[in-house]
Design a protein around this ligand. Structure first.
Ligand SMILES: [Cu+2]
Length: 203
């Protein structure tokens, strides 16, 4: 066999090995959230709860919450613990951002102040839980930052559908957070194929 043919055979074997190893890497979790007694199945956070023995470094990129037409946009975001959120003001009026607690812990209350159009203020969320965003200039404004312990999360669309991408193979506890509903929990096993789960959130 020529050395060229030998080389090609080696490349083929390595490619096969990589594809085979890929089978253990994991996949996506797709699903749908139904609601009972809630107005909508939109804007429900779905995430994998803490995995014992695993700590994740937050991404270097900041997540942006805009204040636009007197509203927090998006209304609900989910971030990994340690993520920095940039609060932007795109309106011609001044906006304030504060949260009275994180999941009821008033020691984690924070007021970022009030700032005009085109400016932003940043905050790093290091405690898991939910920050209810408010603006003391506009009482009708509300939004949520859901801080979770893993990078595997999604927010439902207006049909209640969600997709959590690139989850390593394994069995996990999936949890929900919603504005008015109880927490729904379900176990999911991810293999090399897309896992599918349906959850029901009750009032
Ligand atoms: Cu405001």
């Amino acid at each position: 066999m020529s050395s060229w043919k030998m080389a090609m055979k080696t490349v083929g074997a390595i490619s096969f090995a990589l594809i085979f190893a890929g089978a253990g890497w994991g996949g996506d979790i797709k699903g749908k959230v139904s609601v009972q007694g809630l107005k909508s199945s939109e804007n429900i956070a779905v995430y994998i709860d803490a995995i014992s023995g695993k700590k994740f470094d937050p991404a270097a990129e900041h997540v942006v919450v805009d204040q636009r037409t007197i509203a927090f946009v998006p209304r609900v975001i989910v971030v990994l613990e340690g993520t920095t959120v940039d609060f932007v003001n795109s309106d011609s009026v001044g906006h304030n951002v504060f949260w009275p607690s994180i999941s009821g812990n008033k020691k984690l209350a924070h007021n970022l102040g009030t700032w005009p159009q085109g400016q932003k203020k940043s905050f790093q969320f290091t405690n898991a839980g939910v920050a209810s965003l408010l603006c003391n200039v506009h009482p009708e404004m509300s939004g949520y930052v859901v801080i979770v312990p893993t990078p595997y999360f999604a927010v439902t669309d207006n049909a209640g559908s969600f997709e959590i991408k690139n989850v390593p193979a394994g069995t996990y506890a999936v949890k929900t957070w919603s504005e008015d509903g109880k927490v729904a929990t379900q176990s999911v096993t991810v293999t090399n194929e897309a896992a599918s789960i349906d959850l029901t959130v009750k009032k």
